[in-house]
Design a protein around this ligand. Structure first.
Ligand SMILES: Nc1ncnc2c1ncn2[C@@H]1O[C@H](COP(=O)(O)OP(=O)(O)OP(=O)(O)O)[C@@H](O)[C@H]1O
Ligand SMILES: [Mg+2]
Length: 476
């Protein structure tokens, strides 16, 4: 569904961007340009980029951090880093993190640039072929309406592929908001039943007698209010798929009747004397531990085995962090369109916060948070200001405690840089908040001269407007 772009240039130096654009044009490549890390991430989440040329010196978020981001989130993009002269150490570190190669500024020989870019593209294509062979499908970000590229989700996609063509019952497990209904629809859509009905019923929403008459239908006069024969959902779904949501909630007498339907492929309407043969594919879902419900005697064991032919467990969102930016951008685009707002980006710190949040409500909660952010945002970029306090957490601006965050997976140098970054952001933000974004006051309190202080604020990508706007509001 996405067309690949060959090359992304990430640089705020217009002259260099021009050089790369010319080189790329001469080579017949499609090019995208980003002027900062935030812009680059927006591009990466929208299309498959085969290779990216990233300047190590970017305003705000550094090229190295962007490289880390790309590798951590398993983008297939091959990265070429641009460093200044005499920074071999940086280049080596970039390669260690996973850069394909590096270029040293200034470029005395453009042919070398061309060679490196073409080699990186060659490697991308080779890797892509391998990924296809391994059936990882890494080049696609969505399956039906299900957005995701983590290994966990790709496993789900390939299971759906292999079960869709069968008539086996599917049991979907997973916390609330993990996408069980989307998966049920995808199974139906990928099956031969696609032109027949897909019928959904929430078993928790109806009383016992209503549930039975909904599922199996009833004959006229079978109970008070049954003024005419009514066709049940099983019959409505004939030839198609029925999705029984919240299956753990069905009362025990209905469990018996459901078991009979599954065993015999026939339904009998409430109050009726005759069975009707039906051909229905059943998909059931629950966010409860159904095996435990069986152990505790709340759910029939024989029905459980009938339902549990193919089990699909949808992983909680916090266990597939690499899907979070992708989903965040997906919902950003959805709500920007719906609300007709011109929002296209998410600031990197904001993405990092989204990625590290626990998401008890899973994808549904993320969707709600993004919708709210699009409503609140001013300008084209979602920032921390647009996130609800519960996502930011208490003491958001306090420095990260190195022991509490997972720094041990980084080298000492990288861990130190990360901690320093967090410290700087926290220190500067607190100071600027207290001085309402007044640089002179803040510099004075920091014991620095104004111009040096201003440089640091710029380096850590702090938006002074954020602190100034707040003071305007309080003046009103
Ligand atoms: N992978 C995904 N890609 C895009 N949207 C998703 C994804 N997973 C979930 N959603 C969206 O999140 C919301 C919740 O998904 P869904 O209703 O399928 O969850 P569920 O597992 O059935 O939750 P519950 O147990 O609460 O019924 C829906 O709006 C759905 O479109
Ligand atoms: Mg659901």
């Amino acid at each position: 569904m996405y067309k690949n772009t060959n090359l992304l240039i990430v640089d705020d130096d217009d002259a260099l961007v021009k050089v790369f654009e010319r080189v790329a044009r001469d080579e017949g490549l499609t090019v995208a340009v980003a002027r900062s890390g935030t812009e680059a991430i927006e591009v990466l989440n929208r299309q498959v980029i085969e290779a990216a040329v990233i300047d190590i010196n970017l305003p705000g978020y550094s090229g190295m951090q962007l490289l880390e981001y790309i590798k951590q989130n398993q983008f297939p993009t091959e990265v070429i880093i641009i460093t200044g002269v005499g920074t071999v150490e940086t280049a080596v570190r970039a390669i260690k993190i996973g850069a394909y190669d590096y270029l040293t500024k200034p470029f005395d020989d453009v042919t070398k640039v061309v060679i490196i870019i073409n080699k990186a593209l060659e490697k991308f294509r080779l890797m892509q072929r391998i990924r296809v062979l391994e059936r990882k499908g890494e080049e696609t970000f969505a399956y039906e309406e299900i957005v995701g590229k983590s290994h966990k989700m790709r496993d789900i996609f390939s299971t759906i592929d292999s079960v869709a063509g069968t008539t086996s019952t599917v049991l979907l497990l997973g916390e609330s908001g993990t996408g069980k209904e989307l998966v049920a629809r995808a199974v139906h859509r990928r099956s031969k039943r696609v032109d027949k009905p897909f019928v959904v019923i929430n078993c928790a929403a109806l009383s016992e007698s209503l549930l039975e008459s909904e599922l199996f239908g009833h004959v006229r006069g079978s109970f008070t209010g049954a003024i005419a024969d009514k066709m049940g959902l099983f019959q409505e779904a004939d030839g198609g798929t029925i999705f029984l949501d919240e299956i753990a909630e069905i009362p025990s007498s209905t469990q018996v009747k459901l078991l009979r339907v599954l065993q015999e492929g026939e339904v009998r309407p409430v109050g009726g004397a005759q069975n009707r043969t039906i051909d229905v594919r059943l998909i059931a879902a629950t966010n409860q531990d159904l095996a435990e419900a069986v152990t505790e005697g709340r759910f029939r064991e024989d029905l459980y085995y009938r339902l549990n032919v193919i089990q699909l467990s949808l992983p909680p969102l916090r266990d597939r962090q690499e899907d979070i930016p992708l989903l965040a951008y997906h919902f950003l685009q959805k709500y920007a369109k719906k609300l007709e707002k011109d929002v296209t980006k998410i600031a990197i710190e904001t993405l990092q916060i989204l990625q590290n949040y626990q998401w008890v409500g899973n994808v549904r909660e993320l969707e709600n948070v993004m919708e709210r952010a699009v409503v609140l945002v001013q300008g084209d970029t979602i920032t921390v200001r647009d996130l609800p306090p519960r996502v930011l957490g208490e003491g958001f601006y306090l420095p990260e405690e190195p022991t509490s965050s997972d720094l041990s997976r980084f080298t000492y140098q990288e861990a130190k840089e990360r901690s320093l970054w967090a410290f700087n952001r926290a220190y500067l933000s607190n100071l600027l908040r207290q001085t309402q974004g007044n640089l002179s006051n803040a510099a004075q309190r920091a014991g620095m001269d104004r111009s040096n202080f201003k440089k640091i604020v710029k380096k850590f990508n702090i938006d002074l407007g954020e602190f100034r706007k707040k003071s305007n509001v309080s003046e009103v």
